[in-house]
Design a binder for this molecule. Sequence first.
Ligand code: FES
Length: 123
Amino acid sequence: RSQEKVTINFINRDGKKITASGSMGDSLLDLVVNQNLDIDGFGACEGTLACSTCHVILDQKVYDQLGPITDEENDLLDLAYSLSDTSRLGCQVCLSRDLEGVSFRVPDEMNDMRCSDDTGPKL
Ligand code: FES
């Protein structure tokens, strides 16, 4: 893991932009947790691919750059609310130089797959 920093943006549910920098190889979830970013409920399962609360939406160009998604991530994404063609799970996206300055949109709705009752999204 190099010391080089990458700066990215989250577009939060209220439309506010949150800028954060992290080391190469850190996941988006690491960023949110380490810097205590104000994104409610993000990363509820701490990156163990069990919740889908870390769902983010990317620009097509960025999505293509990131390369293939694992089956595990895909399966969980299928269950996320507001799924788009360019959705990823933030705990599976790691910072690289390609991501410098990129924005990740946090969808309005999220779904914590660990909740067995079906009461809909908790915001
Ligand atoms: Fe739970 Fe990413 S933090 S799936």
